[in-house]
Design a binder for this molecule. Structure first.
Ligand SMILES: Nc1ncnc2c1ncn2[C@@H]1O[C@H](COP(=O)(O)OP(=O)(O)O)[C@@H](O)[C@H]1O
Ligand SMILES: O=C(CO)[C@@H](O)[C@H](O)COP(=O)(O)O
Length: 510
């Protein structure tokens, strides 16, 4: 009987469930969306009950669509939006709506905590990471200060995907990659940092036991089986945080390959086969989805988000034309950018529409087009946007190479932007490296989760064997003729933030 693995990816916009066979091929997939609540500027919350409905409905649809006998599904795995706080009480009930990764309310608590600990270098000794306001650690400090009655009731602080695990199996567990994103985790030793928890006066009992991504954490209950279409007793593995396990689905488990995710946010990431001290405040150094492996990444906040903003705000004509022709407006914009030339006729775009997380962590930076001339066309502007994102990604890539100097041999891209052949070619020319897309990566974190689940179920012996099933879908080779122009534009781009920092601070100050 053929063997399969199922996985669910609890994203911010919806839950995607997929089923993958033992050859690494996706046999079915289904998505259920759910709402996001933003009760105040900078606050973002979701109702875990909505996740639960999205999860069992999408999984049921994926199982039904596949037509396979559920007895062939050997494990269920997870990918999940990282960093969020689901506060649960002693009866296993949710105390308040979950506070999400993109919620900025605890910025003050993070700053105070950093000051109390003695600065980034001191904190780094515990976790090897900075405490970003997105992380669960700062949210716990906020809850204790601002909603003490809820904090008192809380007996478990759970990450989003681990709440679904609890509903599916009745067990509390988390995995090392997601736990890394709490900002409270000793990444080197793959355990919560009891010393840091002690400094912060947070009880270790709040946190679920931690497993590796392929380890078993329980079985599907009878009730969950009825809702999901899986058999009762189906094993459930640890799974992983989406930004990490998505790169596993791109084959990024060891050094040498750089991964670029062109989603709403942009992620530049690399797998690491050894632990390294992370002295860079803007890079995130997390456990990877297999014992002894690590993951480093830098996140650009407005990557595809820049393109989406540009399309919606400045490209009304193209949107109307696309609607009339029944085509994707991005395809029309990509076409016009092709008519420009490498370097976009010396026009630069700075992608800091939401401030930035990496290579600068600075909420005051602002997006800009620099160097506009009357001779510039719409195509030049569009191309400069794609190129600016490429230069920003190159900067993050260089800071990763400062942690671990090595020669890259290729780049794997994923995310919505990787649909564009032009954008892939621009990246190949800027980095002067071959750029590939691989099958499965378009499924986001769910695909990597299936690989980790398949290892847990014994379908593959380890992630290396699982990743060997991957197939290249597209290839873009670097054009050496474009090397010089991109190198020059990259140096001008890199000079921009130091030159404009004071002015950005003044613009942001009102
Ligand atoms: N055909 C395309 N060409 C270039 N960029 C695209 C195209 N389609 C989507 N995108 C980009 O991909 C982004 C969405 O990325 P995606 O990975 O699907 O979403 P998310 O990160 O929200 O999960 C869009 O904002 C857009 O910038
Ligand atoms: O902040 C991070 C990782 O550091 C994000 O990747 C979140 O984990 C959210 O993912 P999506 O819901 O957008 O897929």
């Amino acid at each position: 009987m053929k063997q399969y693995v199922a996985a669910m990816d609890i994203g911010t916009s919806g839950c995607k469930s997929i089923i993958v066979d033992e050859d690494g091929l996706v046999v079915s997939s289904a998505i259920e969306e759910y709402p996001l609540y933003s009760p105040r500027p900078g606050w973002n919350e979701q109702d875990p009950e909505d996740w639960w409905k999205g999860a069992y409905i999408s999984l049921r649809k994926a199982v039904d669509k596949s037509g396979i006998d559920p007895a062939g599904i050997k494990a269920l795995s997870f990918s999940g939006q990282m960093h969020g706080l689901v506060a649960m009480d002693k009866n296993g009930s949710v105390i308040r709506r979950a506070i999400l990764w993109n919620d900025q309310r605890c910025a003050k608590q993070c700053q105070d905590m950093l000051k109390d600990i003695g600065g980034f270098e001191k904190l780094r000794c515990y976790t090897n990471n900075n405490m970003l306001p997105g992380y669960q650690g700062g949210k716990l400090l906020w809850l204790r200060e601002m909603e003490p009655e809820n904090f008192e009731k809380m007996t478990k602080a759970v990450l989003p995907k681990d709440y679904l695990r609890y509903r599916l199996t009745g067990e509390y567990y988390t995995d090392v990659s997601d736990a890394s994103g709490t900002g409270l985790f000793d990444v080197e030793n793959r355990v919560y940092s009891w010393e840091l928890l002690n400094c912060l006066n947070l009880s270790p009992d709040l946190f679920p036991p931690v497993v590796e991504s392929s380890e078993m954490t329980g079985e599907i209950t009878k009730e969950a089986a009825e809702l999901t279409g899986l058999l009762p007793g189906t094993p459930v593995v640890g799974g992983g945080g989406d930004s990490v396990i998505q790169t596993t689905g791109m084959g990024l488990i060891k050094e040498g390959i750089l991964g670029l995710t062109l989603g709403t946010a942009g992620i530049v990431a690399m797998g690491m086969s050894q632990y390294l001290e992370n002295h860079n405040e803007t890079l995130q150094f997390f456990c990877n989805n297999q014992k002894d492996l690590y993951h480093v990444m830098g996140v650009m906040l407005a990557c595809g988000g820049s393109y989406q903003w540009y399309r919606n705000t400045l490209c009304g004509d193209e949107m109307a034309r696309a609607k009339h022709q029944g085509v994707d407006p991005y395809d029309l914009l990509n076409e016009s950018a092709k008519n420009s030339s490498p370097g976009a006729k010396r026009l630069l775009y700075l992608p800091y529409l939401s401030g930035e997380r990496a290579p600068y962590t600075d909420p005051n930076l602002r997006g800009s087009f620099i160097g506009l001339a009357q001779s510039h066309s719409k195509g030049d502007i569009t191309r400069s946007l794609m190129e600016g994102i490429g230069y920003g990604m190159k900067q993050i890539g260089e800071s990763i190479l400062e942690l671990k100097p090595l020669k890259l041999d290729r780049i794997i891209v994923s995310g919505g932007g990787s649909r564009s052949d032009l954008w892939r070619q621009i990246l190949s020319d800027i980095f002067q490296l071959p750029v590939y897309t691989v099958n499965g990566a378009k499924e986001g974190g769910a695909y990597g989760a299936c690989l980790a689940g398949g290892v847990g179920a014994g379908i593959w012996s380890d992630l290396e064997e699982a990743c060997a099933t991957m197939k290249v879908v597209t290839e873009n080779l670097p054009n050496v003729r474009n090397k010089e122009v991109y190198e020059e534009m990259y140096t001008i781009y890199s000079d921009m933030v130091p030159a404009l920092k004071k002015q950005f601070d003044r613009l942001a100050s009102a």
